[in-house]
Design a protein around this ligand. Structure first.
Ligand code: BG6
Ligand code: MG
Length: 216
């Protein structure tokens, strides 16, 4: 494709380096519940909302739990997570992101954020990116978590752009699936063997230019 009208960025693992913090926080909860939890299990949770992630951990351990207790655990996970990320600064923006976003702006490509995280707004503020996106859709705006396309479709709609004119940058399997389900092109950020459903996969956000869109 030529250059898209809009690029939609996932937050965790694409714009900011919060993946290890989510992993440590979920591992703490899983350990408390006696559920084995490694990088492989964590991969399945990427992009998925907090509550859905908790339910997936319970399913992994074959554990049944009342909704109230589920809430206690998800709150606890968020406390651990927020403690780890409490000292976030612009240094936590992943390499290449600022340059690529600047290039897109110079070329009049609209920019959207599409994250499942309810911590999205505070993270954007902490890293000084609260005014960067033309629209920021986060976990507080959606009723269906990725792999449902709602978060991306809301972003496209807010900017009055057709899904086919959007390119999504995603590091999560669920996020790639959400982009595809929304009729958008998707660039996976990470490992090709994990993100093979994406239209193209890049290892990270470094050294990107507009030629990336020719691969789609
Ligand atoms: C996604 C992360 O961006 O947001 C998931 O990839 C996380 O790991 C989800 O569970 C929800 O985040 P939060 O900050 O609302 O718990
Ligand atoms: Mg992500």
């Amino acid at each position: 494709m030529n250059r898209p009208k809009c690029c939609i960025f996932d937050l965790d693992g694409v714009i900011v380096d919060t993946v290890p913090a989510h992993f440590i926080a979920w591992k703490t909860i899983a350990a408390e519940l006696g559920v084995p939890f490694s990088e492989a299990e964590n991969e399945q949770l990427k992009g998925v909302s907090r509550t859905s992630s908790m339910k997936r951990i319970l399913a992994m351990g074959g554990i049944k739990m009342e909704e109230e207790e589920v809430l206690t655990f998800t709150n606890k996970k968020n406390e651990v997570y927020r403690k780890i990320i409490s000292k976030m600064t612009p240094h936590d923006i992943l390499p290449g992101v600022v340059d690529f976003i600047t290039l897109l702006k110079e070329n009049n490509v609209l920019l959207a954020l599409g994250t499942s995280s309810k911590n999205g707004p505070s993270i954007l503020k902490a890293v000084g990116m609260e005014d960067v996106f033309d629209v920021a859709i986060d976990g507080t705006h959606v009723s269906h978590s990725k792999p449902d396309p709602e978060v991306f479709l809301l972003g496209a709609k807010a900017l009055n752009v057709n899904p086919a004119d959007c390119v999504v940058f995603e590091d999560a399997i669920s996020g790639v699936q959400a982009a595809l389900a929304g009729g958008m092109k998707c660039i996976g950020v990470g490992q090709p063997d994990i993100l093979y459903q994406a239209h193209a996969v890049i290892p990270d956000m470094k050294n990107l230019d507009l030629t990336i869109f020719e691969k789609l």
